[in-house]
Ligand binder design. Structure first.
Ligand code: ARG
Length: 466
């Protein structure tokens, strides 16, 4: 493609000399917005069809335009296309090449359109596709968690608050907590898609156009629910990009919490899980090590995604209506966040699917740290009818005694327990084992294995409809 003209081909009439190298460098977005080539060509073909259908351009010109654009699509996909920084962005690169290919008819494509509504529609199309990709990836991760939860509905592990042993739970129940989190992320994606499903094409530069365009026709052709309703908002709105980044940041934050749990669980000190070789690395110097690199990187990449959200919020804050060139800075943030999130979701889905669960280590840890102390207190309330606060106090004394003797609660002799409270009978031992503890938590959404299995069943059905 010719890149030799000194002044810009698009507004060369007014600007006599070409831009300085620095201006060209700061102005150009082709280095990153070339990613939008498919959306740009699709948008242009739909626009040309509408221009022909409404009699704004001739059918003959439209056919030349569409043919030329399809040729460009092939050139780009085959790597034969030469992108030019002087032509600034994807829109002008494509249009300039179209002029080379089909001559004067190319000049009619931009009738009743501006790069302002063009970039808005291209970017929306791209973000919408990416939203669907994220939704699919989330469904894949949820499915893996449901399988692990089913498999480990009765695998006892310690539940934590403050990362201190709190009460026994099951690993299946823990997995289901992530199902809840990632399904909320999924529903946020769906909500955001519904809000952004409007076509800004036809808003033109900012005020709309005097040409008899059919905005409903282009909206429909491009797969949008309807056209946007205000031309000013159409070219200045980037909420869809902000929403993508917000959804991505929340999802990345969830992934990061999970990553941290995997890092903790896979330490030799915890030993709850072992990562498969495909998702861990060794040390070049310490032969005993198996490092959770993929989990650590998921944890770290969250910083990038969250940073992009803050970055774009800051770009947009204080921008007057309507378009300002600042808005060109929206793309790299979204592209990088999208690529990063896709990779994080893929890595996490792989890690969870392959994770080896050390049932014995989890069970052992669940039984230490007096995790069933609450069960003892609850027994006192239920069986002896004493107020919970007093039961808490009695239990505290039993824990202190067990601690002093360095034994588990259920290993305290009955006589010693009766010395603390004379009402205690041998029946108490039935609630002090971790298995019985989790089995007793039958409240809706509780950790009892049967409750967990119920939730897994319900979610498997729900997932098929997501
Ligand atoms: N490259 C520009 C962007 O990404 C396209 C829109 C240019 N519009 C303009 N009025 N300069 O934002």
């Amino acid at each position: 493609m010719s890149d030799s003209k000194a002044s810009n081909q698009m507004w060369g009439g007014r600007f006599a000399s070409g831009p300085s190298a620095v201006m060209e460098a700061i102005n150009a977005s082709i280095g990153f917005d070339r990613k939008l080539y498919r959306q740009d060509i699709r948008g242009s073909i739909s626009h040309s069809e509408m221009l022909a259908a409404t009699g704004i351009i001739s059918r003959a010109d439209q056919e030349k335009i569409a043919h030329g654009l399809n040729t460009i699509l092939q050139e780009i996909e085959s790597g034969a296309f030469t992108f030019s920084t002087r032509l600034e962005d994807i829109h002008m690169n494509v249009e300039a090449r179209l002029a080379e290919l089909i001559g004067p008819a190319a000049g009619r494509l931009h009738t009743a359109r501006s790069r302002n509504d063009q970039v808005a529609v291209d970017f929306r199309l791209w973000v919408k596709d990416e939203f669907f990709r994220v939704a699919e990836a989330l469904k894949g991760l949820i499915a893996v968690f449901l399988d692990r939860a089913e498999e480990h509905a009765a695998t006892v592990m310690p539940g934590f608050t403050h990362l201190q042993t709190a009460q026994p739970v099951t690993f299946g129940h823990h997995c289901m907590a992530y199902v809840e989190m990632f399904s909320r992320d999924h529903s946020r994606v769906r909500d955001a898609i519904a809000r952004m499903d409007e076509s800004p094409l036809g808003a033109a530069a900012l005020a709309g156009t005097g040409f008899p365009v059919d905005r409903h026709m282009t909206a429909k052709a491009l797969g949008f629910r309807e056209p946007t309703r205000n031309s000013l908002d159409s070219v200045s709105d980037r909420d869809f990009a902000l929403e993508f980044l917000s959804v991505a940041a929340i999802c990345a934050t969830h992934l990061s919490r999970l990553a941290e749990e995997i890092v903790i669980w896979s330490t030799p000190q915890f030993g709850f899980v072992r990562l498969s070789d495909s998702f861990s690395t060794g040390s070049s110097i310490m032969p005993q090590k198996k490092n959770p690199d993929a989990a650590e990187l998921v944890r770290a990449k969250t910083g990038r995604v969250n940073g992009h959200l803050v970055g774009l919020l800051t770009v947009l804050k204080g921008l007057p209506l309507t378009y300002s060139k600042d808005m060109q800075e929206d793309k790299e943030a979204v592209f990088d966040a999208a690529e990063t999130l896709d990779l994080m979701l893929a890595a996490m889905t792989g890690m969870i699917g392959d994770l080896h669960v050390n049932i014995e280590a989890m069970k052992k840890a669940a039984g230490s740290g007096f995790a069933t102390a609450t069960d003892l207190a609850d027994w006192l309330v239920r069986t002896l009818g004493i107020p919970f606060r007093e039961a808490h106090h009695v239990t505290g004394r039993a824990v202190a005694l067990a601690e002093q003797r360095k034994v588990a609660l259920e290993k305290l002799p009955l006589a010693d327990l009766q010395a603390i409270h004379p009402g205690i009978t041998a029946d108490i031992f039935s609630v002090l084992s971790v298995q019985n503890s989790v089995k007793s938590r039958t409240s809706y959404g509780g950790t009892a294995p049967n409750e967990v299995k119920k939730q897994v069943r319900a979610w498997k059905k729900r997932l098929a409809r997501l």
